[in-house]
Design a protein around this ligand. Structure first.
Ligand code: UDP
Length: 583
């Protein structure tokens, strides 16, 4: 059936110059000759209509066009955007709309190569995949069927990496993977150092799955057991400190591996009866069960600023956006076509969605609160607790209309006295690498990387971008002089610019001006009210020591984070890109 045409009076969205390039290159539907079949109005209408049409599944006597218009306005106001695969694929024959997947990797040739194939299908559709390789038998273990010896998790990861390399996602973006190994796997040392010499794992972010028992063994300087995944029998003892120090040294050198706290992630597993969580998606924000997928969406906090509100936040508008966004994301689950029947089955049992935020650093600029201050932590907690509570209310309201998620009865909620919910999780904080470019805001909950910088877009094109709120503050202070703007663009930060008043220097801080501990405190503040996890990098100066990283890891554990990624300025390798620059 032909899609409903866009209403004649539909206002065209305002598109910023970077968004024009990104949307044109990767998001607008193209015909066989490579020419676009739609403009930006067509793109957002295609998405709005495909997602609104799902309401008919529930016999909801709503006017699809009216709902589509609400969704269109929501997206083109840039107050909310769904994750990239939804923008790219909604209303198209491919129709795969989720960014995050986790696939199991079993300890047999068949299961390993099944996982390679499934990952290729997911990458083709624009999704990222996470795997735990912990079930694979250790290197040099016996292979019963051949009498030979096994090559171990790291060597199989190279096959996943190569497959990823060859499948450009949907012809648009490069696939991203997360590889996790439990700290008690016999090959843990090889895993921790696996990105050291070769580019053979460039399409992987890697994280070590830490357990509470391991963290206690580090504290007590005890040995812990390495365990054969095939029978659960301890094969060797290992000094916990030695592994912890190796982990810290590699992170200091290259940013890889990160760490995830598996016990904590599983304490927040809403449906333990359906299985144990062993991995997250590539950027770490979305823990999932094997074969589960999740679609994300982000609210742009920069645009809920209200100068009239006592605290600068328009809470009523925020509540409205949350309700509409939760409805949108729940519809995405039904609109999406998943690459495997078993994924469809898992997704529809739990109906997880991940509503999060972007533009937080911009909001702080607007309300004149420094990122590295107790006030900023208070605001972060108020915002996220509000979003979590309102998103749950919206999910409960949907449950009343459409029924709870099918696994609700076996979930942890009934025992907690929690009434029916439509979604097993509602909140996740994504990196928003591309979404933040489209919306023209700061990404996720990260501080700005620079107040002004030259962005290399493509084919040698360069765009100088200055943060609009900083620019306005300079204007108001009569300081928008070409020499000052040029110096900010060169330095990125005003921390050491005498010509800028102290009060402005305090507010307009950037990632590198912020002490690492504030990065972590901010991550923890958002994590406290997020069902899933928070994508965040703890930026460190080049001069940071290994002891500082060790301190950050321990503190992340104490503050209740689900994992942590550090990046020391100027260190060896870059992370797998999860930004609009990727691909
Ligand atoms: N992702 C991916 N490849 C990419 C970028 C992202 O597979 O090049 C997936 C990955 O699972 C990541 C998630 O999308 O964790 C969300 O990333 P982000 O918020 O940056 O995506 P956006 O929606 O802004 O494109």
């Amino acid at each position: 059936t032909a899609p409903l045409p866009a209403p004649a009076d539909l206002p065209a969205p305002v598109i910023n110059p970077n968004a024009t390039i990104v949307l044109g290159k990767r998001y607008l539907r193209k015909g066989p000759d490579g020419r676009p079949l739609e403009d930006e109005t067509g793109l957002f209408w295609r998405v709005a209509l495909a997602i609104a049409s799902q309401e008919a599944n529930y016999g909801e006597e709503r006017d699809v066009t009216a709902t589509a218009r609400q969704f269109y306005d929501l997206m083109t106001s840039y107050k909310f955007l769904p994750n990239s695969p939804t923008l790219m694929n909604a209303g198209t024959p491919l129709g795969q709309l989720a960014a995050c997947f986790v696939l199991p990797v079993g300890d047999s040739m068949e299961e390993i190569f099944d996982a390679v194939k499934f990952a290729a299908l997911i990458h083709k559709s624009g999704g990222g995949t996470g795997f735990s390789f912990s079930r694979l038998r250790a290197k040099h273990s016996r292979v019963g069927s051949t009498g030979g010896v096994a090559s171990g998790p790291v060597s199989f990861m190279r096959i996943f990496n190569t497959a990823t390399e060859q499948v450009k996602q949907g012809g648009t973006r490069r696939g991203a993977n997360m590889g996790i190994l439990r700290v008690d796997h016999p090959d843990i040392k090889e895993f921790i150092t696996c990105k050291e010499h070769e580019h053979a794992l460039d399409n992987f972010n890697i994280s070590v799955g830490l357990t509470e028992a391991f963290m206690q063994a580090v504290d007590a300087n005890r040995d812990y057991d390495l365990i054969d995944p095939r029978d659960g029998i301890a094969t060797a003892r290992q000094s916990a400190r030695e592994i912890f120090e190796l982990l810290v040294r590699k992170a200091w050198e290259s940013g890889d591996p990160g760490i995830v706290f598996l016990d904590r992630i599983n304490r927040d597993n809403p449906t333990p009866a359906l299985g144990e969580i062993e991995s997250t998606n590539p950027c770490g924000e979305q823990p999932l069960l094997p074969y589960e997928a999740c679609n994300l969406g982000s609210i742009n906090l920069a645009l809920i600023f209200s100068p009239a509100a006592p605290d600068g936040v328009d809470w009523e508008e925020l509540a409205r956006i949350i309700r509409l966004s939760v409805r949108f994301l729940d519809n995405v689950i039904d609109a999406s076509q998943y690459p495997l029947p078993i994924i469809t089955e898992m997704v529809r049992k739990n109906r997880k969605i991940g509503l999060g935020v972007m533009g937080f650093a911009d909001l702080l600029y607007r309300v004149r609160v420094p990122y590295d201050s107790p006030e900023a932590l208070v605001l972060a907690e108020r915002l996220m607790s509000f979003i979590q509570a309102e998103a749950q209310k919206a999910s409960a309201a949907l449950a009343a209309e459409r029924g709870p998620f099918p696994a609700f009865d076996v979930s942890v909620f009934p025992a907690k006295g929690q009434g029916p919910l439509r979604n097993a999780t509602t909140t996740t904080i994504a990196p928003t690498g591309t979404l933040s470019i489209i919306a023209g805001c700061s990404s996720g909950v990260e501080p700005l990387f620079a107040l002004s910088f030259a962005r290399h877009v493509m084919d040698g094109e360069k765009l100088v971008e200055t943060n609009p709120y900083f620019r306005a503050a300079l204007d108001a202070a009569g300081l928008s002089r070409p020499d000052i703007i040029a110096e900010v663009a060169r330095k990125g930060s005003v921390a050491h610019m005498e010509e800028i008043p102290e009060a402005l220097r305090r507010i307009f801080v950037t990632a590198m001006d912020i002490e690492p501990v504030w990065h972590l405190r901010m991550q923890a503040a958002f994590q406290k009210y997020t069902d899933n996890a928070v994508s965040k990098t703890v930026n460190l100066p080049n001069t940071a020591t290994k002891e500082e990283i060790a301190g950050i890891y321990r503190m992340a554990f104490e503050l209740g984070c689900k994992g942590v990624t550090v990046y020391r300025d100027g260190c060896k390798t870059a992370q797998v890109l999860c930004t609009g620059e990727a691909g």
